[in-house]
Design a protein around this ligand. Structure first.
Ligand code: GLV
Length: 344
C-alpha cells in the first residue's frame, strides 16, 4: 500500500490497464480488519497520508486519477472530486448514511455510490437504547456525582429518573435501524409509535403503531428517537416548533444525523425546561458540539459511536471493499445507493 497524497503519482505505475485491469483505489483512512490488505492484493491502494476527514480540493487532489475512492462519513465528496477523477467508477462510503456525498454529481459523472447497510443495524439500535436508558435513568450523571464525592448513602429521593413502563416511544424513520429499536422496546414495556412516509409491513413493525402525521407523533411521544437520513427535506426536521409539540418533560434521542435537529433550538428547549433531557450521538457541526449542551447534566453526549463495535466496524469495512472489488471487476456492487445510468 502506498501512503502518499501525490495526485497521479502512482497513476503511471499501475496505470488503468483497460476497464477491468488493476485499478487505483484511493482510501482516506485506515480501516479495521483485513479488507484493505485483500484489496491491495488485487489493486493499487493509495492511502491518504494523514487520514479522514478529507474534503473539497484536498480530496480532489488526493483522489485524482483514481478508479475507486473509499471514504468515511466526515469526508465531503463533491463535483470537484468527480472532475479530478475521470476514470472513477465507485465511491464506497464506509457508513450507512451517505449525505457526505453529492449523489447528483456522482450520477451525472456515471459513478456508483455504495454504503454499508445491515451490518451496523443491531449495534446502532443497541446504542440508541443505551442513550434512552442513560438519559431517562441519569446513568452518566450518576457516575459523575459518585466520582465527585456526591454519593453519601441511599436516599429515597436521590437522583430520581423516569421509568419506561407504559411510556410512549416515538420513532421517526422506520428503516432498518428504526425497526431494530422498535423490536427492543417490548422488553422494557414501552409502547411504540412511529412515523414514516408510508407504513411498514406489519411483520416489520414489531407491534409499533403507524402515525401518519409527524406532528401527531410528537404530541404523544414521551421519548422521541430519530432514525431518518439527512437529506435537504429532513434538515432541521426537529425545529423549535416541533420540539415544543413534544409533551413537557419528553426526552429526545438522536443516533441518526445531527442535521436532523436544530441544535440551537434543542438547547433552548432544554434551557426553558420544556424537555426532560436529550441523548445525542450525532451533532449538527460534528465534531463540534453546541456549547449550550456541554455544561448540562440532563444530556448524555456520545462521540458518534452508533456502529462502534469491532464486529460492526470490520463488517462495514468488508462491505465497502466488496463494493470496490465488484465495481472494478465490472459487476454491480452489492449495496449501491447511486446507480450510474447505463452508458449510451
Ligand atoms: C454512521 O453514522 C453511519 O452512517 O454509518
Amino acid at each position: 500500500m502506498d501512503r502518499r497524497s501525490g495526485a497521479g503519482a502512482d497513476a503511471g505505475a499501475a496505470g488503468r490497464q483497460g476497464r477491468l485491469g488493476v485499478g487505483i483505489v484511493a482510501v482516506t483512512s485506515p480501516l479495521p480488519g483485513d479488507g484493505l490488505r485483500r484489496l491491495a492484493g488485487v489493486h493499487q491502494v493509495r492511502m491518504h497520508p494523514t487520514g479522514s476527514p478529507v474534503s473539497g480540493d484536498e480530496l480532489a487532489a488526493f483522489a485524482a486519477g483514481a478508479d475507486a475512492l473509499v471514504t468515511l462519513l466526515a469526508d465531503r465528496v463533491d463535483a470537484r472530486v468527480f472532475a479530478a477523477c475521470p476514470g472513477l467508477r465507485i465511491v464506497a462510503n464506509v457508513a450507512v448514511g451517505y449525505n457526505n456525498i453529492d449523489a447528483d454529481a456522482a450520477r451525472a459523472a456515471g459513478v456508483w455510490v455504495t454504503n454499508t447497510p445491515d451490518v451496523l443495524t443491531e449495534a446502532t439500535a443497541d446504542l440508541t437504547w443505551a442513550l434512552i436508558l442513560a438519559v431517562t435513568r441519569r446513568v452518566v450523571e450518576g457516575d459523575r456525582v459518585l466520582r465527585g464525592g456526591g454519593f453519601t448513602g441511599w436516599r429515597p429521593d436521590f437522583m430520581l429518573g423516569a421509568g419506561l413502563q407504559e411510556r410512549v416511544l416515538g420513532i421517526v424513520g422506520m428503516g432498518r435501524i428504526g425497526r431494530a429499536v422498535a423490536r427492543r422496546a417490548a422488553g422494557f414495556g414501552v409502547r411504540v409509535r412511529y412515523h414514516d412516509r408510508v407504513p411498514v409491513a406489519p411483520e416489520h413493525a414489531a407491534g409499533a403503531a403507524f402515525v401518519a402525521g409527524l406532528d401527531e407523533l410528537l404530541a404523544g411521544a414521551d421519548i422521541l428517537s430519530l432514525h431518518t437520513p439527512a437529506t435537504p427535506d429532513t434538515r432541521h426536521l426537529l425545529d423549535a416548533r416541533r420540539l415544543h409539540l413534544l409533551p413537557r418533560g419528553a426526552y429526545v434521542v438522536n443516533t441518526s444525523r445531527g442535521e436532523v435537529v436544530d441544535e440551537a433550538a434543542l438547547v433552548a428547549a432544554l434551557e426553558d425546561g420544556h424537555l426532560g433531557g436529550a441523548g445525542l450521538d450525532v451533532y449538527e457541526r460534528e465534531p463540534a458540539v453546541h456549547p449550550g449542551l456541554l455544561g448540562r447534566s440532563d444530556v448524555v453526549l456520545l462521540p458518534h459511536l452508533g456502529s462502534a463495535t469491532l464486529t460492526a466496524r470490520v463488517a462495514m469495512a468488508d462491505v465497502a471493499i466488496e463494493n470496490v472489488l465488484a465495481a472494478l471487476a465490472g459487476r454491480t456492487p452489492p449495496t449501491p445507493v447511486v446507480t450510474p445510468p447505463p452508458p449510451r
